[in-house]
Design a protein around this ligand. Structure first.
Ligand SMILES: Nc1ncnc2c1ncn2[C@@H]1O[C@H](COP(=O)(O)OP(=O)(O)OP(=O)(O)O)[C@@H](O)[C@H]1O
Length: 607
């Protein structure tokens, strides 16, 4: 079994730990790494609760003595005051240290979650919904606070203080008093323990309902344009109402059960004080000691009451912990175990796909033994019908996934033999839909190279044809790109992505060309940007434009996950019927926008 520190160390290095058995075990494993502050918190919690009980008992004894006219009240008064002050200080220190502990763990957990996202992305993230991940990263991780700041400490304190209270009862009142108290202490725990399964179920339901609600709202916000344009607003509102109904129902069940548990605690305290009083009066006349025993009977429930206050929501904590640790344990889509040396970054290397077999699931292969070589410093365009496997091949070069068999090599080195971070310095990706953060364009460009100088940024913007549209923006480079780059057009966003690639300056480039048709001017600008970024690099381009096919050094025709043909544009036009059909389809699409038709057998010429 993995030790806690090994598990934590494994997570810290971004690898999954082999901790199984649900979130509770994960919670304890993490706590095991913080035993010192935990122990101090428990100590102060015990002092806090014990001092509180002692103060109540002394106060009650003082009242008893005052009623019976006995002397010696002042020492009791000072003791009570001292204990109350001690309790206040202990309470403050316990709360301070336990929250410090909990916030430290929470910060760590959030960091692990981020590392987990990075580790499983993007291959492992495609199956998960954005709203669900946000709930795990924020709400679920936040729910753990209650365990580290309260539950764990109250459990330990109750285990120590409650038996102490029974002993104190036996000392102050006698065996009869302890015997009258003990059953009620047990009874106060009986119902919450009996309802434990229901509590776990309710907590799980509530967490699921909240997540579902979050996912619905996130989807609605992200897809609002589509929802409105297809007139599906009322349907989506119905779905939201349904999610809301399930959430309300889960909350109702949780609240009803929690309320029942609260009532049990109250009944137990009342029953205990009454039992002690009756038992005491049966043994003799009312004395200050009896009054103290009755007070102690009520005070003895303090640790349990504090514990029950937090265990009432244990189901929510446990289900959140399950979801957090489930994500932390999710294995990476690719193992980052390579330790090969980074090839020379100043030279464009050869890229080789060697007999690649791959499928997203075992039952449906997507690539069936693809072999391709992109000579150093050249551009290979992938052409093929939709679903042929073009993007999948690019994913493998970027190592979002590993092939089931075969190898991808860069400069002769298998990409699996390189650390993932090193690979990201070697291969740069310009996606079709580049994600831009809701920050300035400058910040979005600096993502690729934080230390870039103003001159480097300006040059990248010039080369990527960002400057022409930048000049029209009110704030230039300081213009905020909007949510996901909404303030820019698709073509502009892709040019920013090209500028990023230029700043990153990797020797290998994966370019997923935008499939949307552009007007003649934009097409020319995009062409210039692409030519500039390809220059001196080995480039794999998923081609959606005729001009790209014509300008590529080599074109590979992919058909149902197999290479159907490989050659220059002109030769393929001569001999490859599927390629001719693809080009014709592209030409038809371009003609719709009034582009000049492409002569079928020539390579040069600008579009
Ligand atoms: N994440 C995924 N999980 C499961 N199947 C996938 C995934 N991504 C792609 N596929 C499937 O793999 C096959 C190849 O998809 P791929 O995206 O590589 O095709 P493509 O040639 O790039 O198509 P397009 O030109 O339309 O982008 C398709 O059948 C697709 O449904």
């Amino acid at each position: 079994m993995t030790s806690a520190s090994e598990a934590v160390a494994a997570w810290e290095h971004g690898r999954p730990a082999s901790i199984r058995g649900g979130g509770t075990r994960g919670l304890l494993h993490v706590l095991a790494g913080h035993l010192r502050p935990f122990g101090i918190s428990v100590l102060f919690a015990v002092v806090n609760q014990a001092a509180g009980m002692a103060a109540v008992v002394l106060a009650a004894a003082a009242v008893g003595q005052a009623l019976s006219g006995s002397a010696g009240l002042w020492p009791m008064f000072w003791w009570t005051l001292g204990l109350t002050a001690l309790r206040a200080v202990a309470n403050w220190v316990e709360s301070w240290i336990s929250h410090e502990l909990s916030f430290r763990i929470l910060a760590q957990v959030r960091q692990w979650l981020y590392q987990a996202f990075a580790r499983i992305a993007p291959g492992g993230l495609v199956r998960r919904r954005g709203g669900d991940l946000v709930v795990r990263a924020l709400r679920d991780s936040e729910s753990l606070e209650i365990f580290y700041a309260h539950t764990s400490i109250y459990i330990a304190a109750a285990l120590l203080v409650t038996p102490g209270a029974v002993v104190a009862m036996a000392v102050t009142g006698g065996g009869w008093a302890a015997a009258a108290l003990a059953p009620w202490l047990v009874a106060s725990l009986a119902l919450p323990l009996g309802l434990r399964r229901a509590g776990l179920r309710h907590g799980g339901d509530l967490t699921r309902a909240l997540t579902e609600m979050n996912v619905e709202v996130t989807d609605l916000v992200q897809g609002l344009r589509e929802v409105i344009s297809f007139g599906r607003g009322p349907d989506r509102l119905d779905r939201l109402r349904e999610a809301d109904r399930r959430l309300a129902s889960a909350q109702r069940r949780q609240t009803l059960r929690a309320g029942l548990e609260t009532v049990t605690g109250g009944i137990a305290i009342g029953g205990a004080t009454l039992s002690v009083l009756v038992a005491g009066l049966n043994t003799g006349p009312a004395t200050p000691a009896l009054l103290a025993s009755v007070a102690l009977a009520g005070a003895a429930f303090t640790p349990i009451t504090m514990l029950l206050n937090v265990t009432r929501v244990w189901g929510i904590t446990a289900s959140s912990a399950d979801r957090v640790f489930d994500l932390l344990e999710e294995p990476a889509a690719v193992a980052d175990t390579g330790d090969g040396a980074l090839p020379d970054l100043t030279e464009a290397p050869e890229v080789e796909f060697d007999r690649i077999v791959f499928g997203y699931d075992e039952t449906r292969p997507v690539l069936h033994g693809v072999s391709l070589t992109i000579p150093a410093g050249t551009t290979l365009a992938l052409a093929g019908a939709t679903g042929a496997g073009k993007s999948t091949l690019a994913h493998l070069l970027l190592r979002h996934f590993d092939p089931a068999s075969g190898a991808v090599r860069i400069g002769g080195t298998d990409v699996r033999d390189l650390p993932v971070d090193d690979l990201s310095r070697l291969v740069c990706h310009v996606p079709q839909e580049a994600f831009l953060f809701h920050e300035s364009l400058r910040a979005n460009l600096e993502l690729a190279r934080p230390e870039a100088t103003a001159e480097q940024i300006t040059r990248a913007c010039d080369d990527a044809q960002v400057t022409p549209f930048l000049d029209k923006l009110p704030g230039g480079l300081d213009t905020v790109a909007g949510e996901r780059g909404a303030a820019l057009s698709g073509g502009e966003r892709q040019r920013v992505a090209i500028a990023r690639a230029l700043l990153r300056d990797c020797p290998v480039l994966v370019l997923d060309e935008s499939s949307s048709q552009l007007d003649a001017l934009s097409e020319r600008e995009m062409r210039a940007a692409l030519d500039r970024v390809r220059h001196g690099r080995t480039t794999l381009v998923i081609a959606h434009r005729l001009s790209t096919l014509r300008h590529a050094d080599l074109v590979a025709v992919l058909d149902h996950g197999r290479i159907a043909d490989l050659g220059g544009h002109a030769e393929l036009m001569e001999r490859c019927e599927p390629y001719r059909r693809l080009v014709q389809a592209q030409a038809d699409a371009a003609a719709l926008l009034g582009e000049r038709p492409i002569p079928p057998t020539t390579k040069g010429g600008d579009s």
